[in-house]
Ligand binder design. Sequence first.
Ligand code: ADP
Ligand code: TRP
Length: 327
Amino acid sequence: MRFLMAAPRILSGIKPTGRLHLGNYFGMMRPSIDWQDRGEAFYFIADYHALTTVQDPAALREHTRGVALDFLACGLDPQKAVLFRQSDVPEVTELAWLLTCLTPMPMLENCHAYKDHLAKGKVPSHGLFAYPVLMAADILLYDSNVVPVGRDQKQHVEVTRDLAEKANRLFGPIFTVPQPSIVSEVATVIGLDGQKMSKSYDNTIALFEEEKVLRKKVLSIVTDSAAVEDPKDPASSSIVALYKLCADADSVALMEEQFRAGGLGYGEFKKRLFEALWQKFAPFRTKRAELAADPSTIDAILRDGAQRARAVAVPTMERVRKAMGLR
Ligand code: ADP
Ligand code: TRP
């Protein structure tokens, strides 16, 4: 058990289920990268979790590598933060089982991802149902204090807190109870259709989109039918919402003013948004290309990350097994 002293332990994970998008970047990656200077940061590629949807081994390997590249290109510093693959520390599945035995079914029946699946008439796998327990194991295995995530993951951190508190009541203080950290102004990044940006809705802008595709996607952002001369509402516009994430305050203020004034069409604002996005990610694109050219660097970073993660996970499991009567 770790108490929050000067340097918090920060942990977050992301599933390698496809190309990462702006929602992932602003909701989870950038906040995580910001945290790396403020404590001991552990970030992992949640490949066990991804197996609930990706069942093609070559695709899983490719996405896993892609997530590592994206994270490093965007500024994750492996000297500061530990970057590792979830499955390189298989102890997490053991802890997930121990927590499963403490988890009331209704707690999981109440979780959004499972309920959404049922609402769509799909048959959830046991893995999807138990997903939040594995996530709790991720967080508790590393004695994490802070979990930077997008708003949709808040419920999972609450499940983790409940399980940690229950285990601590039953077995003594074996777990650190974590807090979610959600950056409120980017809690939900909006997608091309005005809904939450998500792989599941096919409305994403990938972080490392090719120039032509990016332009086309930005031009396809859904707007209302206001004419060029009409005043427009910046507060309800996805263009403005996305522009706020990538442009400086003066440029945003100018766009908002021009929305309200009327006289410019959405096409003009979309062009500006495209430019701002393209510029914002330019340095990351350069870095990504450099990293991609040298696969051995990524392998070495992940190997080192696995070792540093195991150095924390192994003693936690010894402590937990003993407290629960397994040794
Ligand atoms: P997706 O919905 O595309 O499948 P994930 O569920 O894999 O994305 O999310 C990975 C991380 O990115 C999580 O921390 C999640 O909260 C964050 N995230 C995903 N989409 C968004 C969004 N539109 N806005 C803010 N954060 C997001
Ligand atoms: N469930 C998270 C997502 O879908 C990924 C994840 C797995 C995670 N384990 C975690 C995030 C532990 C934070 C902490 O994005």
